[in-house]
Write a protein that binds this ligand. Sequence first.
Ligand code: SF4
Length: 209
Amino acid sequence: LETTAEGVRIIDLKSGAWQEEVTEEQRRQLMLYAAIVHASSGTWPSEVAIEDAGGREWALPVAPEEVRLLVALANDVVSTYNAAASRGWSAIEGLARPSDETCGNCVARIACEPYWRELKSDWQYHGAARGRMVKRLESVGAGAIVIETESPHDRAGAPTVIYRIDVEVAVEDIVAVVGAEQRDDPGTLRCRWNSQLEIQRIEKLPAAS
Ligand code: SF4
């Protein structure tokens, strides 16, 4: 918060290199910040602004009527979520609307079943696949495996090669990776330092005697 002769300004520092104009999502975020300042101080901020890593700034005036409308919409969303939560996990999952744009930066992808059900191989920059490990590729060094793809669903049954896996993984394990490097071939993923990885080991029942 910055106090000026005209009043309080809210400045949101963004570290992303791509910042240009204030996006619609950022505008809503800033207006909700204005609502918080108003609720805690009783005074509307004079301005809200985005500042990028290079010090460039984009400012917007605060329109209290618009902010009140946005707060009402946000409260509706919270009520809808709470109502679903009271009905159980499947009702919460029923609210999910996975898409290329919506899920691209979501940290919950690795554990989100609706995401895995909807994921397609042409979603940009997801670097994601899930399936059962069928073999290790010893010939190209440690950490290279092949899974039988279950998701993306348009590649179901096809092999996906995953390189640079640095955790213990065995044939038959269910392997899920998101945020891997994916070049032109959707059947090849390379884990990066910040890729998320999940291994599910299906315990085998003891053989009947
Ligand atoms: S991955 Fe799941 S939780 Fe995350 S944005 Fe997509 S649908 Fe929502």
